[in-house]
Design a binder for this molecule. Structure first.
Ligand code: F6R
Length: 608
């Protein structure tokens, strides 16, 4: 999604803005722009395409003098990706300039009002409304103008604003779209995400909803919507700036795949103490766990796939019924929740707008909400009743890998804990499962080291048109993730199907050479899966299989087999996903795709 940066201080602003925007590129964007006050007026440069165009146009910022500026990477929502629609946006006499993340839902109504007052619009964006609205309400007091527009705008926004006649100040405001600010050596900086500021400061202030910041070279003041000053505490960012660099890997995605053993270990090890699972942050006594009648899982994309996996585990181990919904649908079906429902929202970024909306809906309906979140201090982490962090570290590649793996581990821990508290998993059973859990990082590492074979296999399928991923039970959930990984980064159409369902229609798409990736990790379903594989193979499909060591019977129904080590039947997803990630990655690399920043996608989806 869009990225925002802003700077005021004693350094030239443009290079800092461009550097900050480069750290936000991973979020996904289609155009970018910066505006800098040059001591006399505001200069603006913006362009469709990659940030390197902006770097070229400004000679890496050198052609834009001035120490106050704002910048933006845009992911189009209102209006196509173009130079005109790129941010920043000016008011009519170019004395106010704005960058915006989010969506102004009532922008058409506001636009009409402004047009009636003689304002003319040059772009198709909702953001231009903000610049003109500020102009309309501005009578020399920036803070007042900002609070006035906050009362008029509906939707979500994080804004960076410069008023030319207040050249010693930079304004920022937030509602439902992330924003952070911090002091630098000789200045103040703002951004929509931590990586953009890490080079300049580790102490950041997370701006809350409807808070305004007035930044100066040497100070920073916070206000509420009534223009009253408020106090805020800085949060220290502990992770290393190197964590957001490629460290010699060709892509962030590959680096992050290799970080999975660590992400998995870091997520389980602090929660296993003397053979017991201790999840203090769950904030639930055993009596409260015993009262849970239903678990409702809500998430988007890959995070929802971890939810589907965990449904089999919660139900199988702890006998608690689980519903899984994608967040964009959840709140529109008027879900039935009560105080005995535990809602688990899963999100890497902690900022996904649909998931956040689902969280709020659930709280309103009286359910307790547990967030499984990767980004510390994110909106979902702050608003959930309790938060269990996945310790995957910053994930930069748009396609998730290590956060997905860490989410699975957090869910395994919860399911085992609940089953143990309910007396459905005895001490010996728990001990055995914990042994298997602790073996996963080394097993993942071993599977990653098989990358050369998978790369060779992937190279044969660079021209594939359609790929099907099939599996049964928990393997269907793995298939969903394998399919999403492939299509999102390689642009090859693929679908995941419950293996037994394929013959009810979709099998008509299978023809000579169609690749069908089959996942079979569940012993009790091997035979059924092999039948389904034979069904497609006799219709010309090339069948690839991911199965557990020892299941050599599969070789009679498959053309290419990848074996994963034996583990507990509930943990197979953590292993089977590794070859599927590698397969997607090498197909995308072989096809020359922008692996870390696939077209049209955004890392953090902050619009509904
Ligand atoms: C796919 C992917 C997305 C995210 C989804 C939810 O590789 O990364 O499907 O899983 O957009 O994002 P978070 O987890 O940030 O809520």
């Amino acid at each position: 999604m869009c990225g925002i940066v802003g700077y005021i201080g004693n350094q030239q602003a443009a290079p800092i803005l461009l550097d900050g925007l480069s750290k936000l590129e991973y979020r996904g964007y289609d155009s970018s722009g910066i505006a800098v006050y040059n001591g006399n007026e505001i200069d603006m440069v913006k362009s469709k395409g990659r940030l390197k165009v902006l770097n070229e146009l400004t000679h890496d910022g050198a052609t834009l003098p001035g120490t106050l500026g704002i910048g933006h990477t845009r992911w189009a929502t209102h209006g196509s990706p173009s130079d005109i629609n790129a941010h920043p946006h000016f008011n009519k006499d170019k004395s106010i300039v704005v960058v915006h993340n989010g969506i102004i839902e009532n922008y058409l109504k506001l636009k009409k009002k402004l047009e009636n007052h003689g304002y003319e619009f040059v772009s198709e964006t909702d953001t231009e409304v903000i610049a003109h609205l500020l102009d309309y309400y501005y009578h020399g007091n920036p803070l007042q103008a900002v609070t006035k527009i906050m009362h008029r705008m509906e939707g979500s926004y994080a804004l960076g604003i410069i008023f030319q006649d207040h050249p010693g100040e930079l304004y920022a405001v937030r509602k439902d779209s992330p924003l952070i600010v911090g002091h630098t050596d000789g200045g103040s900086i703002l951004a929509s995400d931590v990586p953009a500021v890490l080079k300049y400061t580790r102490d950041v202030f997370f701006i809350e909803n409807e808070e305004i910041v007035r930044m100066r070279e040497d100070s920073m003041e916070f206000f509420n919507v009534d223009e009253e000053p408020i106090e805020k505490q800085a949060t220290r960012i502990e992770w290393d700036v190197n964590a957001a660099e490629k460290s010699g890997y060709e892509h962030f995605m590959l680096k992050e795949m290799y970080e999975q053993p660590k992400a998995i270990t870091d997520t389980f090890s602090p929660r296993i103490k003397e053979g017991k699972i201790v999840i203090e942050e769950l904030g639930m006594a055993d009596e409260e766990i015993l009262k849970i009648q239903k678990i409702q899982i809500v998430a988007c994309g890959s995070a929802s796939h971890t939810g589907y996996t965990s449904k089999y585990i919660f139900e199988g181990l702890a006998r608690i019924p689980v519903e899984v919904d994608v967040a964009s649908e959840f709140r529109y079906r008027d879900p039935i929740l009560d105080e005995n429902t535990l809602v688990i929202v899963i999100s890497q970024s902690g900022e996904t707008a649909d998931t956040l909306a689902a969280l709020r809906e659930s709280k309103e309906k009286g359910a307790r909400v547990l967030g499984i979140v990767n980004v510390v201090g994110s909106s979902i982490a702050r608003e959930a009743d309790n938060v269990m962090y996945t310790w995957a570290g910053p994930e930069i590649a748009v396609a998730t890998t290590k956060a997905y793996s860490a989410q699975l581990i957090a869910l395994y821990l919860l399911a085992m804990k609940f089953a143990h508290v309910k007396g459905m998993l005895d001490e010996a059973g728990l001990a055995g499962m914990l042994e298997d859990l602790k073996a996963i990082p080394a097993q993942v590492e071993m599977l990653l080291n098989n990358k050369v074979n998978i790369q060779k296999f992937a190279n044969r399928y660079l021209a594939a048109r359609d790929v099907f991923f099939i599996g049964r039970g928990i393997d269907h959930a793995i298939s969903m993730e394998g399919s999403l990984k492939l299509k999102e980064i390689s642009y090859i159409h693929s679908e995941a199907y419950a293996a037994g369902e394929l013959k009810h229609g979709t099998i008509s798409l299978v023809e000579d050479g169609t690749l069908v990736a089959s996942v079979l990790t569940q012993k009790d379903l091997y035979k059924k899966m092999i039948s389904n594989m034979e069904e497609v193979r006799t219709r010309g499909a090339f069948v690839m299989a991911v199965t557990t060591e020892g299941n050599t019977e599969v070789e009679r129904a498959a053309d290419y087999v990848i074996y994963i080590p034996e583990t507990n039947k509930y943990f197979t997803n953590s292993l089977a996903i590794i070859p599927l990630q590698l397969f997607a990655y090498y197909i995308a690399v072989g096809r020359g795709c922008d692996v870390d920043k696939p077209r049209n996608l955004a890392k953090s989806v902050t619009v509904e």
